[in-house]
Design a protein around this ligand. Structure first.
Ligand code: ADP
Ligand code: MG
Length: 489
């Protein structure tokens, strides 16, 4: 079939998707015992009777896990289920020694939330959050280390996870990517998870179906399992959209199934179909008492919630009249925002501060390949530099090229003091400047003639030359005015 035919067909269909996002929480210990939850230890170094599922070993809930789940639930506008409990999800696998995973089936800790995500065209899309539940991770089987045996590493068994399940509100791979990007940003901002997809701290299953445009009924869905980057979620979704359209257009039926995504080929392939899927026989775990979240505890967690990046960005837009993307750069980076707040009280013009942080300072950080937290010029000093420039006591160029680098080395001296020592302060003396202007105009007589005959472009030459003689210590705007005055005289 020709490309245009496929495109025409795609126009008649709509993608429908809901995501299941697993987030590994960054607690010190596991969800039901005190084993370390840290990544990267040698095989089976972080295990105990509970991780091994030995008979008689009893799980005990980690309070920090509950608190982190509440924080992300509140950020996703969820109701917190103040009475919830754990279920056993029964299945047999070598990396699950108990024979069941402890999870939450009918009583997730959070439910009925939403997240508004921003799309490329500037519009906002609300995506419903059906629920967030708590569960433990399984261990890891390794089949490729030995010709005869499979190995198992149970360090990861019992590491705390939350699963965020969205409503089937997603209508494009762009929306899915925007949602994942925001969730990753939020879990990092709230210090709930490192959000690292490559290391598996954030894993996504994408449920995908199609329907004819205008239809309100849902089609049969396929679930692409464990996609490990936002880019691959987009690719998997776009591929599946095309594949399902092909099947349906050729008179076929979508069979509900679980798929793998092959990142090299960019294609999906069946893992198992739902008919053969396990019956998990969920039932409440008798070893764990229900989780009861008191009003006091909930109130305390609520009051400890920081202002979220989106709200910070909106405040910046309202206060400073900067645009959405400028505001997002500041608000999305917690350290940069802290730096901004620390400098803000000292700086005369907040808009200047934003311009510096998004412009010159960002360029310096990029060049040094460091983050703002590692920048030796602290907020107070940067504010002083910005004030010097705004008060026309030093040129912007000298500030960037000479004063800021010098301040990196000299941390105990004020910006103005150092500017004085380095002889960078702008010459206020109009007579001294006038003398330099005379010198330059005398040297460039023919160009002065040309200017007077209408070749106004040479003005830049005069300004540049005077500035050179003044070693950059003149205010460019004032200089312009003075030279113009002299030329028109
Ligand atoms: P199950 O318990 O069978 O996995 P859920 O109701 O928990 O089913 O849904 C799992 C995920 O699949 C949710 O994110 C949901 O939004 C999504 N989903 C449900 N129906 C569809 C559909 N027809 N098309 C795409 N996604 C769907
Ligand atoms: Mg499910």
């Amino acid at each position: 079939m020709s490309i245009s035919n496929i495109e025409k067909k795609a126009d008649n269909f709509e993608l429908v998707s809901g995501l299941e996002v697993h987030v590994q929480l960054n607690t010190q210990s596991k969800i039901f015992c005190s084993d370390s939850a840290a990544f990267g230890a040698g095989p089976n170094e972080h295990i105990s009777t509970v991780s091994l599922g030995l008979p008689g070993a009893l799980p005990k809930l980690n309070k920090e896990v509950v608190e982190k789940a509440m924080r992300i639930g509140l950020a996703l506008n969820c109701e917190i289920n103040q009475y919830n409990f754990f279920d056993r999800k029964n299945y047999f696998y070598a990396d699950l020694p108990k024979g069941y995973q402890i999870t939450q089936d009918n009583s997730p800790i959070c439910k009925n939330g939403y997240l508004n995500v921003r799309l490329g065209d500037g519009s906002e899309k609300r995506i419903g959050i059906n629920r967030i539940h708590l569960e433990e991770d399984a261990g890891k089987s390794m089949h490729d280390q030995d010709a005869q045996f499979s190995f198992v590493d149970l360090n990861r068994a019992g590491v705390p996870l939350i699963e965020i399940v969205t409503e089937p509100d997603i209508r494009s791979s762009e929306e899915a990517a925007a949602l994942l990007t925001e969730i990753r940003q939020l879990v990092r901002f709230l210090d709930v998870s490192d959000g690292n997809m490559e290391e598996g701290s954030l894993r996504c299953d994408a449920n995908i179906s199609i329907r004819e445009k205008g239809s309100t009924a849902f089609g049969t869905r396929c679930e692409v399992k464990n996609v490990n980057s936002i880019r691959n979620v987009r690719r998997a979704m776009d591929f599946e959209f095309g594949r399902q359209i092909e099947v349906v257009s050729n008179g076929g039926k979508i069979i509900q199934s679980t798929l793998n995504f092959d990142a090299d080929k960019g294609t999906t392939s069946p893992m198992r179909s739902k008919e053969e899927a396990n019956d998990y026989r969920y039932f409440p775990d008798p070893d764990l008492p229900p989780v009861v979240i008191s009003n006091e505890w909930l109130a305390k967690v609520k009051s400890g919630m920081p202002t979220l990046p989106k709200e910070l960005a909106q405040n910046l837009i309202n206060e400073l009249g900067i645009n959405q993307s400028e505001a997002a750069v500041l608000a999305d980076d917690r350290d940069l925002y802290q730096y901004y707040i620390a400098a803000k009280t000292e700086v005369g013009n907040q808009k200047s501060l934003v311009n510096w942080l998004l412009g010159s300072v960002r360029a310096i950080l990029n060049e040094k390949q460091i983050e703002i937290a590692g920048y030796p010029v602290k907020p107070l000093k940067l504010a002083q530099v910005i004030n010097l420039v705004d008060q026309k006591k030093i040129s912007q160029q000298n500030a960037i090229q000479t004063l800021l680098p010098a301040l990196e080395e000299n941390t105990d001296v004020s910006a103005e003091e150092l500017a004085k020592q380095l002889n960078l302060l702008i010459v206020e003396d109009v007579d001294a400047i006038a003398a330099l202007i005379d010198e330059v105009l005398a040297k460039y007589q023919p160009q002065v003639e040309a200017y007077r005959k209408g070749k106004k472009g040479v003005l830049g030459l005069f300004v540049g030359e005077v500035m050179k003689l003044a070693k950059g210590k003149a205010d460019a705007k004032k200089l312009n005015e003075l030279i113009l005055k002299r030329l028109e005289a």
